[in-house]
Write a protein that binds this ligand. Structure first.
Ligand code: AMP
Ligand code: MG
Length: 352
């Protein structure tokens, strides 16, 4: 398949390109487009055949449901039922934006989109390009991240091209994703609201609006406990992973740097290709391997925005071993460490 690649100018999509993208989606095809979180792989959410194509292009297990993207709040009522007041409260504060809300689904949403579940995940993104494509294509777009299943999510069109060129109809290049981490997912389909996936909308931000909310037990802690099944089916899969063996070093930062330097030297001596995930503050302190700065320690947003691109850079140089510093777990750090730990398969070395 020939994949059409569309450039945007200053964040604007030309009318003719918008209509072309919308036509592809209305006819059951696939268009990758930018959002503020990561690039999405969009298809008509109400057409089960189109959803099937997403699973095929990504190599995604079909029990892993898709998030339905809308462009207007009122469209939530067409695809969901039993909507609690807190859904409107959260929508009012955080939409458009990086929050996904799970609700009981209406019949028009096919099980092919929800992975067989009776609930549906809904998000109203902030990206103007994303919203214009959604509105123009009928209002409901299923869009998981536009990467091959298991690889780091794409935060630039180049990442999407690397994974999807030749497999989908169109890729829209809207530059770098501003946030760089997937949306926070909140389940409101039962009596107790639960965070199924941490993201840029933090627990504290949610609690400011709706009071106490807990994390799904399966997603916190040091490793994924085999006995506790995550409520978001996608969270059980190995995910976000680079090709090389990634290890996270935890502890006092000076000791972490010393230990990583030692490990990197050992690897380099035996001819292994080594990558180091450093920060602006620490990158000058490493002596071996390919050192890439993920962002600034004093600016968590920059670390979130840099994470996936750094993991992909290590794939490009075929790093066999990757050593990473760790980050705090407050606020946005919870989401950053959730993704980093998954990418590392929970391989953590405690440095004393
Ligand atoms: P992605 O779009 O690739 O960022 O992944 C979407 C995430 O949302 C996956 O972890 C899914 O398992 C989760 N998800 C989507 N729909 C539902 C739902 N109805 N119930 C629980 N989790 C969901
Ligand atoms: Mg994904």
């Amino acid at each position: 398949m020939n994949t059409i690649i569309i450039q945007t100018e200053n964040g604007n999509l030309k009318k003719q390109d918008l209509y072309a993208a919308a036509n592809i989606i209305k006819n059951g095809g696939l268009v990758a487009f930018p959002t503020e979180t990561v690039y999405g792989l969009g298809a008509d959410a109400l057409n089960p055949k189109a959803a099937e194509k997403i699973y095929e292009a990504k190599g995604r297990p079909s029990d892993n449901p898709l998030i339905v993207h809308i462009a207007e709040l009122k469209h939530m009522e067409q695809i969901a039922r039993d909507i609690p007041d807190i859904a409107y409260k959260l929508a009012e504060v955080f939409w458009p934006g990086p929050l996904t809300i799970i609700l009981n689904k209406n019949d028009i949403v096919p099980f092919g989109t929800t992975g067989g579940l009776t609930t549906v995940a809904i998000r109203l993104p902030a990206s103007k390009i994303a919203r214009s494509i959604i509105s123009c294509s009928g209002g409901f777009i299923a869009a998981p991240s536009a990467n091959v299943s298991g690889k780091p999510s794409p935060t630039m069109a180049e990442h999407v091209i690397a994974d999807m060129n030749g497999k989908i109809d169109m890729i829209i290049d809207g530059g770098k994703s501003t946030l760089g981490l997937e949306s926070t997912i909140v389940d409101l389909s039962s009596n107790e609201p639960i965070i199924l996936r941490p993201g840029c909308i933090t627990k504290a931000m949610l609690e400011n609006v709706i009071g106490n909310i807990e994390y799904d037990r399966a997603i916190i802690g040091k490793s994924m406990d085999e006995d506790i099944k995550p409520k978001a089916p996608g969270m059980k899969y190995r995910h976000y992973a680079p090709e090389g063996c990634l290890t996270i070093f935890e502890g006092n930062l000076d000791d972490v740097i010393k230990t990583i330097n030692k490990e990197a030297e050992l690897c380099a001596r035996s001819g292994k290709r080594v990558g180091i995930i450093a920060t602006e503050e620490t990158k000058g302190l490493y002596k071996h391997g390919n050192i890439i700065s993920i962002g600034r320690r004093d600016d968590e947003d920059s670390i979130a925005a840099g994470l996936y691109a750094v993991l992909r850079q290590f794939d490009e140089i075929h790093a066999e071993f990757i050593f990473s510093e760790s980050f705090g777990t407050g606020n946005l750090g919870q989401a950053i460490m959730n993704r980093l730990l998954k990418a590392a398969g929970y391989r953590v070395v405690k440095v004393d």
